[in-house]
Design a protein around this ligand. Structure first.
Ligand code: ZN
Length: 162
């Protein structure tokens, strides 16, 4: 087994219809510690040991990305119980609690006074295509290994606040 690296890369993420879902273009590359769960598992695995400068397309099946859709994650709630002022539309998303890490739910349908909320990740059940360019790779520091994530992102977007 080769040593784990801190890898930086640019990516454009598309769904199976080719629609762009997300991209790092125009911003800083994303950095992650290999094997630490900082990016989706299927992408991490397929980029392992990829050389700096490599441009590649990685297709990650839903099961290795955000998982398959779980019908049990859809629940019916009373409209009046939702923490939302004003109108609710199909497709609206909000957090199902006050915690910053509370799961995001999506309004799937509205039936009278009831709202069907889908607790699946918006990308559950979607096969993801990443066009990736590896821009840098280095050995992790001991601190990064201890923390289990890469340090040094410029905007704090890595979720590491120190
Ligand atoms: Zn840290």
């Amino acid at each position: 087994m080769s040593a784990l690296r801190v890898v930086s890369f640019h990516y454009t993420l598309r769904d199976p219809s080719g629609r762009v879902l997300d991209s790092s273009a125009g911003g800083d590359p994303i950095s992650y510690l290999e094997g630490a769960g900082q990016i989706i598992e299927g992408l991490d695995e397929q980029l392992r040991s990829t050389a700096v400068g490599t441009k590649t397309r990685v297709v990650v099946p839903a099961a290795r990305a955000y998982g398959e859709r779980d019908p049990d994650q859809v629940q019916r709630v009373k409209r009046a119980l939702l923490p939302v002022d004003g109108e609710i539309k199909v497709g609206d998303q909000f957090q199902a609690g006050h915690d910053r890490h509370a799961p995001v739910v999506t309004v799937q349908s509205i039936e009278g006074d009831d709202v069907l909320l889908d607790g699946n990740h918006p990308l559950a059940g979607v096969d993801l295509t990443f066009d990736v360019e590896i821009t840098a790779a280095r050995a992790p520091t001991q601190t990064e290994l201890d923390h289990g994530h890469a340090h040094g992102c410029s905007d704090g977007g890595c979720g590491c606040s120190h």
